[in-house]
Design a protein around this ligand. Structure first.
Ligand SMILES: [Mg+2]
Length: 223
């Protein structure tokens, strides 16, 4: 292996409004509305949650409980296949141009490319395979022996400090130090992970995260 290639560095990427120019959950809700799986009223609730979440005004666990309860009894495999179709059709083209460049640059440097997101494991698996990422750390949903979803999520959520726990575990299994790693995000809720890595990168931030970035000296990139 050429000596400029470092396998001891990972670049972690948030998904929604970081790699993507919008929230994947909004696109999923649109898909469900068009497929007749949710009502217009439920669709409206998803949009409201997204806004509140983006402003860090809601308890994410409560929102998640309500959202995933809807999938109780659904087939894990079936939902996985449906998500792959949806991702290819409605999501993949929302990759920000700057995100595509960053993925290529980190790839050229031999870094691990890891999705670190509060989105579902279904969406994350599709993103990993579409963009050639190495791995994903995301929220997964337990199923019974027949592959039917319980309608719950694996705790603790991969969100805020939960992202740091997941990333630390992933890195330590591979002898990687987070001090050597990058993390890209748009969201103030990701401040714990921005603090945990050696190379934090704030992407097209909202005003609250922009202020925090200026105070802490976190580089800001506009994608
Ligand atoms: Mg985000």
């Amino acid at each position: 292996m050429p000596n400029h290639i470092s396998t001891q560095t990972a670049a972690f990427f948030d998904l929604d409004r970081t790699l993507l120019d919008m929230n994947s959950s909004t696109l999923w809700a649109k898909h469900e509305l068009l497929a007749g799986s949710i009502s217009m009223r439920q669709f409206g609730r998803v949009l409201v949650w997204n806004v509140l979440y983006h402003l860090s005004l809601i308890d994410i666990e409560t929102a998640f409980k309500e959202a995933v309860g809807h999938y109780r009894g659904r087939s894990y495999e079936g939902l996985d296949a449906e998500t792959r179709d949806w991702f290819a059709r409605d999501v993949a083209h929302h990759l920000r141009p700057g995100a595509g460049r960053a993925l290529r640059e980190h790839r050229e440097q031999g870094h691990h490319l890891i999705l670190l997101t509060s989105a579902s494991a279904f969406a994350s698996r599709a993103a990993r395979d579409t963009w050639g990422l190495d791995d994903f750390l995301a929220n997964d949903f337990p199923a019974d022996e027949e592959g039917r979803l319980h309608g719950t999520f694996v705790s603790p959520l991969c969100h805020g400090p939960g992202k740091v726990r997941r990333a630390r575990a992933w890195a330590s299994e591979r002898g990687i130090d987070l001090a050597d790693c990058y993390f890209y995000t748009d969201s103030y809720s990701d401040a714990p992970m921005l603090k945990a890595v050696g190379f934090p990168r704030v992407v097209s931030p909202d005003p609250r995260l922009k202020r925090a970035a200026r105070q802490r000296g976190w580089p800001i990139v506009q994608w």
